[in-house]
Design a protein around this ligand. Structure first.
Ligand SMILES: C[S@@+](CC[C@H](N)C(=O)[O-])C[C@H]1O[C@@H](n2cnc3c(N)ncnc32)[C@H](O)[C@@H]1O
Length: 299
């Protein structure tokens, strides 16, 4: 080793240690301050933002593998619950507001990979003709595919690659029917088959309260009497109220982890966005109903 290399290595080491310390301090600040002391103020600010901000149904942000914890739940306890019900030979999954198809293709790929002999079909709607056209094409850019929690294994199982484009494998595509629908005003019960699993995720917080409640009840009508419902991305107060009203039972599975992971798709200063969500709080009395995103329904 040359004598010039030694000071360089030392400087690099110092830079790295400083970097680690800075990140640790940032985490500490987040946990001690933003996730605890600041929360009551942040909740007030968030409530105000909710009152003042106009919702947008044009917000189409989505991601492949958006919630790895939910996918583990789907393949584990959710399948266990449904197996116990013995509902028929083909598992029916209804996705409401699936944007450009990432959610439906993620579910299709995950189920096909984990249960190669499972017969299933997915029906998925969205409001806009463009998002439905994108979904049907099954064709994505590198930027759309790569993201938080998207592994090479998932990519290889889901897509064929040509140049810099990603094409969903035909055997996964054929398991999905995409169609346009308005989940607030359309008669979803007539448009969807009855499902074992319904997903209405990250859409209800883009609707006014009245519309969100209407969409929730409308979506629920597409579920079988015994079924499992995934509902992330909505007002936590409203979720608590609606699941109680509909006698839905929260699935007690990695609730905190799934809630906190969902928050990673929203900026850290969540209180500035109507679609932001408070951090998980152990002090909340109805934690399971408030933070769970998966509910079992038995009518
Ligand atoms: C933020 S994206 C969420 C997509 C996906 N569910 C996910 O979790 O990644 C919200 C989607 O809801 C759709 N949407 C908004 N209002 C709707 C409505 N009234 N009926 C159907 N889809 C709607 C938007 O077009 C958009 O694609």
């Amino acid at each position: 080793m040359t004598s010039a290399a030694k000071p360089l290595q030392k400087a690099e080491l110092k830079k790295r240690i400083l970097g680690v310390c800075k990140n640790a301090l940032k985490d500490l600040r987040r946990v001690l301050y933003f996730n605890t002391l600041y929360v009551p103020f942040a909740k007030k600010k968030h409530a105000n933002i909710n009152k003042l901000t106009q919702r947008s149904q044009k917000h189409t942000y989505t991601a492949f593998n958006r919630s790895p914890g939910q996918l583990d739940a789907l393949c584990g306890p959710v399948m266990e619950v449904l197996r116990g019900l013995d509902q028929g030979s083909t598992l029916q999954i209804n996705i409401l507001a699936g944007s450009i198809g990432a959610e439906a293709y993620t579910v299709s790929s995950t189920l096909a990979s984990r249960f190669p002999n499972l017969s299933f079909h997915i029906h998925c709607c969205d409001l806009h003709e463009e998002t439905i056209a994108r979904s049907k094409s099954g064709r994505y850019t590198k930027q759309e595919v790569h993201g938080l929690g998207v592994t090479d294994t998932f990519i290889n199982k889901t897509f064929n690659r040509e140049n810099n484009e990603y094409f969903v494998k035909p055997e996964l595509k054929e398991k999905i029917t995409f169609f346009p629908a308005n989940i607030v005003t359309d008669d979803l019960e007539a448009m969807y088959p009855k499902a074992d699993i319904v997903l209405m995720q990250n859409v209800l917080f883009h609707l006014d309260d009245e519309q969100a409640e209407q969409a929730f009840e409308n979506g629920l009508k597409t579920a079988k009497e015994s079924s499992v419902v995934f509902i992330d991305g909505m007002s936590l107060d409203m979720r608590g109220k609606l699941v109680e009203r509909n006698k839905m039972v929260p699935l007690n599975y990695r609730v905190k982890e799934i809630h906190e992971y969902a928050r990673r798709h929203v900026p850290d200063d969540w209180w500035k966005y109507y679609y932001g969500m408070e951090p998980y709080s152990f002090l909340t009395s109805n934690k399971l109903n408030r933070y769970s995103t998966i509910f079992v329904r038995r009518v």
